[in-house]
Design a protein around this ligand. Structure first.
Ligand code: HEM
Length: 135
């Protein structure tokens, strides 16, 4: 599962970066919000939720909750607390972005929801990936 989580992370990052760039282009070039844009947003939502579930399995089967008593060690704090919490928050933002876009009727407003909320999700994820362990 740890390996699946490690590889799935590439997919999450690639599709999320793609979704944010696609939404920025749609917004700035005043494009029509098409089925393709909807699918990109939905695919990103699904892929990131799957990563969330895999992350929970890695966390609880790997005994990472035991690290919660070792908060003075930055490496342990990252994996036991900061990474999981920040990723959960990032996925909450992505989910809000998805539901907000559905309620909007104007194309620009739909793109804007993705730019803001998927964008915040991306920044949060980038800020707390354990880069040293991963790459
Ligand atoms: C979008 C969400 C997430 C992304 C992109 C992500 C990405 C990553 C990456 C790249 C690593 C390093 C893998 C490696 O060492 O090869 C990692 C490790 C880890 N992740 Fe996540 N993760 C996400 C969500 C979560 C969540 C929600 C949890 C727990 C609830 C979690 C728990 C862990 C744990 C415990 C490790 C350390 C595994 C180890 O080194 O043994 N992750 N994650």
């Amino acid at each position: 599962m740890k390996e699946v989580h490690s590889y799935w992370a590439y997919l999450v990052l690639i599709i999320l970066i793609f979704a944010v760039i696609n939404a920025i282009i749609g917004l700035t070039q005043k494009k029509q919000f098409t089925d393709k844009d909807l699918r990109i947003g939905l695919f990103t939502l699904i892929v990131s939720h799957i990563q969330l579930l895999i992350g929970f399995v890695v966390y609880f089967t790997g005994g990472f909750q035991d690290g919660l008593s070792e908060m003075k060690n930055p490496a342990i704090r990252l994996l036991s607390l900061e990474h999981p919490l920040t990723m959960i928050l990032a996925i909450i933002f992505i989910t809000i972005g998805w539901s907000k876009h559905k309620k909007k009727t104007e194309d620009a407003a739909k793109f804007k929801s993705f730019v803001i909320f998927y964008g915040i999700g991306l920044v949060l994820i980038l800020s707390r990936i354990p880069w040293n362990n991963w790459l």
